[in-house]
Design a binder for this molecule. Structure first.
Ligand code: MN3
Length: 193
């Protein structure tokens, strides 16, 4: 069965003005869709077509890994954003962030630094590493799953994620997302799963 582009959890203009409908139109409607299309082309008629997305990510290298991982990463990224999100964490994640980082501010500093210092394209992550929350960054399509780590949240720092709205100002994009869009309910679900 072919992989499908999952629907967005909100309307294309719901994250504006922080992320514009135009950015979503391209980032979801073109970039994310292209990864899905390329993944389907790559597995069509092969035994991989019967595997789950996660199974493909774990076994694949090269273009098949890149496209399958980018499908997963983008779906995870969209679900981690909410029009009513951002700011201080809630629930169990708030306690886990305090115990792992000392404070929300320290988490925020580390996450921002990871996003800014990811040279070229990639992702910054909040992960659960055997009960301790950590911030990591990955290049291109790479993701925690490939390293045996559990992802709790991510931010896409490829230029296509922010260039329409923020041009070259990646730090501003990260700030705005942290202040306004982090879906802490989703992070709590991932922590609990
Ligand atoms: Mn992207």
């Amino acid at each position: 069965m072919a992989f499908e582009l999952p629907p967005l959890p909100w309307a294309e203009d719901a994250l504006a003005p922080h992320i514009s409908a135009e950015t979503i139109e391209y980032h979801y409607g073109k970039h994310h869709k292209t990864y899905v299309d390329n993944l389907n082309k790559a597995v069509d008629g092969t035994p991989d077509a019967d595997l789950s997305l996660e199974e493909i990510i774990l076994k694949a290298e090269g273009p098949l890994f890149n496209n399958s991982a980018q499908v997963w990463n983008h779906t995870f990224f969209w679900n981690g954003l909410s029009p009513n999100g951002g700011g201080q964490p809630t629930g169990a994640v708030a306690d886990a962030i305090n115990s792992s980082f000392g404070s929300y501010d320290e988490f925020r500093t580390q996450l921002t630094q990871a996003g800014i210092t990811q040279f070229g394209s990639g992702w910054a992550w909040l992960i659960d590493n055997n009960g301790t929350l950590e911030v990591t960054k990955t290049a291109n399509a790479d993701l925690p799953l490939k390293h045996g780590q559990k992802a709790l949240w991510t931010i896409d720092v490829w230029e296509h994620a922010y260039y329409i709205d923020y041009r070259n100002a990646r730090p501003k994009f990260i700030d705005v997302v942290l202040d306004n869009l982090v879906n802490w309910d989703f992070v709590n679900q991932n922590l609990a799963s």
